[in-house]
Design a protein around this ligand. Sequence first.
Ligand code: MRU
Length: 339
Amino acid sequence: MTTSADTHDSIRAVQWQGDHLRLLDQRLLPGEERWIDCRDAAQVTQAIRDLAVRGAPAIGIAAAWGVAMAAQQGVPLEPVLAQLRAARPTAVNLMWALDRMKKRIAAGADAGALLHEAQLIQDEDLAANRRMGELGAALIAPGSGVLTHCNTGSLATAGYGTALGVIRAGVAANRIARVYAGETRPWQQGARLTMWELVREGIPARLIADSAAAHLMKSGAVQWVIVGADRIAANGDTANKIGTYQLAISAKYHGVKFMVVAPSSTVDMATANGEEIEIELRDPAELLSSGGRRVVVEGAQAWNPVFDVAPAELIDAIVTERGVIERPDTLSMQALFGH
Ligand code: MRU
């Protein structure tokens, strides 16, 4: 039976095949829908590092399957855990999923139990996304416009999405009347992936240049900025795709509300604040080229941080599957997530 939660939700980019992991290669979208078969943990690590699979929850899920596959193959697990952990530094879901697998290994879990754990991690993420969709959509007044950033949909998660899940639910409930997505330079997750998902799922949306965001807010067309997260610190400071910080500042200036949507696996209570979050620096070549073609003069240099931190004071609501925290701070975060 199709439920309202299933509408506009058909993409599953991370698929366990019984003895290997199949990933939709996000580097080729929207031009080509090609699948990669990862047959060992090293291939999963490479897929995470090279952004074939990306998005905080999705990389955690892929890593969990990488560990389970290694166990199935009888490979020593300590080096596999270390290799996967080093694949990318900012999204804590990766470390969270690996710690969860490590705990099961320490408790003597066999390959079957580790496969079960990876499946649980994946299933729980989908359920969390659907719950966050309901909770987040309920905050939005009917007829609102929203702006999102990066890709936070089915491609970036087990399915449905975080911020994009709220958008799916908000559109289905007739609360969201207009959807805008920023391009998300340099990798263009918004242009290449979010627009692909939205068009494919039949959700009307308009792409904007990242640099059009303040102008859009000034026009009055959007009432909420809705983004995902790669790591939420204990005081509510939130690391997310580069450009999120400037959206939060702009939103505050224009009286537009700012919502962060992320499962509890993205919350890192061991990190006191955003200053302590490692921000991934990627190859400057990602900035110097577009669509595989060099667009900047030879000899030019670039700086390419791919995440930034929106301070808690600029965030109106953090939506998790455990509940909503309005105007987050250390106390309200501790009330929901402990110490
Ligand atoms: O570098 P990426 O594409 O892995 O970055 C992804 C993001 O920043 C997303 O917005 C994010 O992970 C949040 S929720 C799925």
